[in-house]
Design a protein around this ligand. Sequence first.
Ligand SMILES: [Zn+2]
Length: 429
Amino acid sequence: MVRNSYYKCDFCDCTVRFRSQIGAFNIPINVYCPKCNCHISGVIDIGDDPQSIREHVIGASEIESDEAEYTLELSTEFLVDKCKKNSKSDKPELTMFLRSGPLDEKRTERRVELLTFVRDADYCINTIENLYNLLENDDVDLIRKYFLESSNGFVNSFRENIDYNKVINKLDAMLAVKHFVNSLLTPLMPEGVFRKLYDIMNVKVRGIVQSHTSAFMDFLKQLDGDSVEAYLYRIPKFIVDYIKVVGQLIPLYDNYSKFDSIDLNKSGISTMSVDEMVVIYKKGYELLCDSIDLIVALNNISHHGTYDNFGCGKVDFDKKLNGYPSKYVKYQEVTNNDYDLFDGLRGKLNNIIRNAEGHNSIRIDGLNQNITFTNKRKGNVDTYTISFLEFGKNCIDLFVAILHIWEFYYQTIKFKSVFIDEMTLNYGK
Ligand SMILES: [Zn+2]
């Protein structure tokens, strides 16, 4: 069902028709005035029946009218047409639902799974925060107790197949928590990502351990456990931040695998707050740059025999990686090759976006749904323009890249705990 309502921008008085695709889930609103580019935000609260629908809009006010200068489509799950200037000769439009393509059962199922995840996201956020805080404080007994006794549906369904009595030490607790959190996050993984994580877990790292055992051990021995372990806690914090905004990206998830076939001139999104997504992008960018050294070391072992051999004999590992002019240059250069450990990590970052600070350096074009980032430094001006859809897709890619990195950290810490710290592994045996 499509619902029409009429609004006037609170800043420039421009009138817009909101054409909303009403489904079973609330619709977050993040659109930009086509004239003055001011942010119009809010939510359409679906309530229990069509009579109880309530619109909460900030930045524009509802008016009594049946015409407007522009039409803005709103949908929580489908791509929308970009803002359109209305004219008398407009032909009747298809709904966003009908335009989204033929009904595909698997795709619909994934979409509903994601919408449900977003609706219940508070549980995930709370659980991930608490489990990692407990882990950081070595509260293994409380983690075991939660898995054994929680009445939550997710935990219940896990308990049928897993013996949580085996969560005895910190290593067990770490693995149990990661296993559980990975499952919670499945709806946020675009198609194929879960399989890739499984591949890192069971093929890539294990392959390095088996074929380069002594070089891997040498690497583990010199590894600063605390700084590597820090990522165990830093990455979930990013994931929690991402969960808080992921409901803005549902139309992009729905089109992720066929993103290249989207007509970017025509299609847009009505749920994504550019400001909030820029914050996520910057956090993900820093995290990815900071955590790449581990993958470099593993790649060196795999292809050049030792962690500190970059292909031209051994060098001082830290000195070499600290020698780049910036984190960004380092990231670009170390991932710029066809080694498979860097699959999914290459070409994910843009430093013009990262360096654009403040309002004047991020300009939004609400009518065409473009963002222009500007960097001014030392007399040089760099600009980069990207569509809302491409930027949102980049944020999903960044999240996926971080999940990859996280898996590498887990596997490395697991092997270090067993081989070097001689901890006993009970969970998952
Ligand atoms: Zn306006």
